[in-house]
Design a protein around this ligand. Structure first.
Ligand code: GDG
Length: 471
């Protein structure tokens, strides 16, 4: 195992849980797995909002040889750092939604201050030979702040969401500061090669960095940084086991009972505008509009747990989706059939696995997505003898590994209808062939392999040590 002799230190906004039970999301699962096996430290926000905020006492939980250490945030910090800069500026921008990105000077200030404070609080907990792995768009500046605080060890960063093209990125005030700050990390990971390319192009165009072979970038001050794609995976075996658990079977039966032998389509997403749920509902509506014979024969279940409800765009989305679902039911429902159902409360992971398994079709149609773990979970949860069909957006990172899905343009309702009709009539042999090919990849590029591959690169001898002296 790579870097076994080095302690792993993970930094992310949300910390834990360390087990894949209950409602943990995909990211937590992969990291928890690495920490459980290697031991180490997981540092981040406690989830608590207190007056002391990031000055609060360190909260410590020990689980065997892994420690969770967290600090609080104040109202002002959570508003500026999390809701403001991270989720009203960076999230939309990096998902190519310049039209709804809001840039507020005060949020940017608080975001930078919180990054700096996290670095100051983390620094005394570090040892020089740690492997420090920082996660996601909440912490672009943290690596640079750690360097300023005197930390000289190995520092890696992984961006879970897309990196938009340089022309769009330059709309962010101080975009150069942000991207230069990323270069303080030794290894920068992206979900896809497209994201990596956008990042490298920005560095070359905006401040004359050099694009070297071997995924290396030479910074204007002559340092070498590694920027590569490390597509994230899931715990495929664990998830496949969930899908045949008692809880999963109960949920599978419940869904089958409400679908009464009709074709069951499902969607599973955090309720987020990047996931293309509105466009998906419109596609389903058009399917029913154009194909009267399918009315009463097809049913759509959307699981969409509410997320970031404090941000206006998310609250608006909920109203829009509930309205759309109401309209579709109003137009087409009959005494014994409701075409569409939206559930805004989350399920346990086992229950979710059962819902995936009850579906003939899963629609994963984000307008833009770093990877999308739902696509992989759906594949892992299927019955190999009689698998469902995956409809997948061309704009999901997962598309690169799952080309046997029915690939769609989520902006085109006609394309969604075309794919739905193809899925509804796909012969068993073709479903099996496509599913086996996707399954093989989901089971080989797992969360475990993702972690180990990243850490092996982070642990490689420092490129900076190998540079010939400059005389
Ligand atoms: C970010 C990037 C990238 C959903 N509903 C329930 C539930 N979920 C779980 C899914 C899945 C996770 O949430 C969502 O993961 P995604 O990958 O689909 O999307 P994001 O949350 O936006 O994640 C994304 C990911 O980071 C990892 O790098 O793939 O591109 O945007 O695991 O199953 N889980 C439970 N109940 C639900 O109702 N328990």
């Amino acid at each position: 195992m790579a870097g076994d002799n080095h302690r792993l230190v993970v930094v992310s906004n949300r910390v834990g849980p360390l087990s894949d039970e209950g409602k943990a999301g995909g990211l937590a699962v992969g990291l928890a797995d690495a920490l459980r096996r290697r031991g180490g430290l997981w540092f981040g926000w406690s989830g608590e909002i207190t007056e002391a905020g990031s000055h609060s006492e360190l909260r410590v939980e020990e689980h065997g040889h892994t420690a969770l250490k967290t600090i609080d945030l104040s109202e002002e910090e959570i508003e500026g750092f999390y809701f403001g800069y991270a989720n009203r500026s960076l999230w939309p921008l990096l998902h190519y939604r310049l039209d709804i990105a809001a840039f507020e000077r005060e949020s940017e200030r608080v975001y930078r201050a919180v990054n700096q404070r996290f670095a100051e609080r983390l620094k005394p907990l570090l040892q020089t030979d740690d492997l420090v792995w920082v996660h996601d768009y909440h912490f672009f500046f943290l690596g640079q702040d750690l360097r300023k605080a005197g930390y000289d060890g190995r520092l890696g960063f992984f961006l879970h969401i897309p990196f938009c093209p340089p022309d769009m990125m330059t709309a962010l005030p101080a975009s150069q500061d942000l991207v230069r700050a990323m270069l303080a990390y030794d290894v920068i990971g992206f979900q896809t090669d497209n994201d990596r390319r956008n990042f490298v192009d920005f560095c070359v165009q905006e401040f004359g960095a050099e694009d070297l072979d071997g995924d290396r970038v030479r910074t204007p001050d002559g340092r070498i940084v590694r920027a590569s794609a490390f597509p994230i995976g899931i715990d495929a075996e664990g998830f496949a086991e969930f899908a045949v658990s008692d809880e999963a079977r109960e949920h599978q039966t419940m869904v089958e009972n409400i679908s009464h032998g009709r074709h069951q389509i499902v969607g599973v997403d955090r309720m987020d505008y990047s996931k293309g749920i509105v466009e998906r509902f419109r596609g389903f509506e058009l399917l029913l509009e154009d194909n009267p014979d399918l009315r009463g024969q097809t049913q759509f279940l959307q699981v969409a747990p509410v997320s970031r409800g404090e941000v206006e765009a998310y609250a608006d989305l909920r109203v829009e989706l509930e309205g759309l679902a109401g309209n579709i039911n109003g137009r087409f429902a009959t005494l014994d059939w409701n075409p569409i159902q939206i559930l805004v409360n989350g399920f346990t992971r086992r229950a979710l696995a059962g819902i995936y398994r009850a579906a003939q079709i899963c629609m994963v149609t984000p307008l833009r997505d770093g990877m999308n773990l739902v696509a992989k979970e759906f594949v892992a949860a299927q019955d190999r003898a009689n698998p469902g069909v995956l409809i997948l957006s061309r704009f999901a990172g997962a598309r690169a590994e799952l080309p046997e899905a029915l690939i769609v343009n989520p902006y085109s309702p006609d394309d969604l209808v075309r794919a739905l009709k193809q899925a509804l009539t796909m012969p068993l042999e073709e479903r099996q062939r496509r599913h086996e090919a996707m399954r093989a990849r989901v089971f080989s590029n797992t969360a475990h392999n993702w972690c180990e591959t990243f850490l092996a690169v982070l642990d490689a001898p420092a490129e900076r040590d190998l540079q010939p002296p400059s005389w």
